[in-house]
Design a protein around this ligand. Structure first.
Ligand code: COA
Length: 176
């Protein structure tokens, strides 16, 4: 099957909540408490992100979304708030391709780095991002807004959350 990663269009948005729900099944209840499964990203939030050019999709040959990446600006730099790939389409490099795409966008916008928060202990979270050049950021090294994101996640009951950062310049070097 062939896929494409591109900026989301309005007509892609309706498919995204189902992808988010399906991807959430990868987490055990110990990691994602059941009440949080109901806390889906709203259509309004997806629409706002699409309008702000901070939403990308991986689509199949029929232009049906199978994954998405939603970013925000945190401490003046691009921050990956959510990245999900439907399990039916997982482990085909779509997560890696969306990451590369966003790093190039960040570089184009003159951002110095891309940040995210993730689970430290899950193979498809921190170790996955480390393989793509992200490094752990200690709590003390977090900017004020990134620290706020982590604090809010921990307050909602998420354990073992860490912040990570990747310099966008490495994208350019890796491409040579
Ligand atoms: C993280 C995620 C977006 C990656 O999407 P993807 O398209 O599968 O990513 P890739 O194919 O580029 O790479 C997947 C890698 O993640 C790891 N991985 C994925 N699923 C895994 C699993 N069930 N068990 C162990 N490792 C897994 C592997 O290292 C895998 O590489 P491999 O297939 O070569 O072994 C996807 O796993 C997902 O939606 N997870 C649930 C939501 C989530 O964790 N989002 C990120 C939050 S910060």
């Amino acid at each position: 099957m062939s896929y494409l990663v591109k900026p989301a269009a309005v007509h892609h948005i309706a498919a995204l909540p189902a992808i988010e729900r399906a991807a959430a099944a990868m987490f055990s209840p110990d990691d994602l408490p059941p009440h949080m499964l109901d806390e889906q990203t709203s259509l309004a939030r997806f629409t706002e992100s699409q309008r702000d050019d901070r939403l990308w999709v991986a689509v199949d040959a029929s232009d049906q979304p199978v994954g998405f990446l939603l970013a925000d600006v945190v401490d003046d730099t691009l921050h990956i708030t959510e990245m999900d790939v439907h399990p039916d389409h997982a482990r085909r490099g779509l997560g890696a391709t969306m990451l590369r795409h966003v790093l190039l966008v960040a570089e184009h916008h003159g951002n110095h780095s891309v940040t995210l928060t993730t689970f430290a202990h899950l193979e498809w979270n921190a170790p996955f991002y480390r393989r793509h050049g992200f490094v752990d950021v200690s709590d003390a090294e977090c900017g004020p807004e990134l620290a706020g994101v982590l604090k809010a996640e921990r307050a909602r009951g998420l354990q073992q959350r860490i912040a990570m950062r990747r310099s966008v310049r490495r994208t350019e070097r890796a491409a040579r």
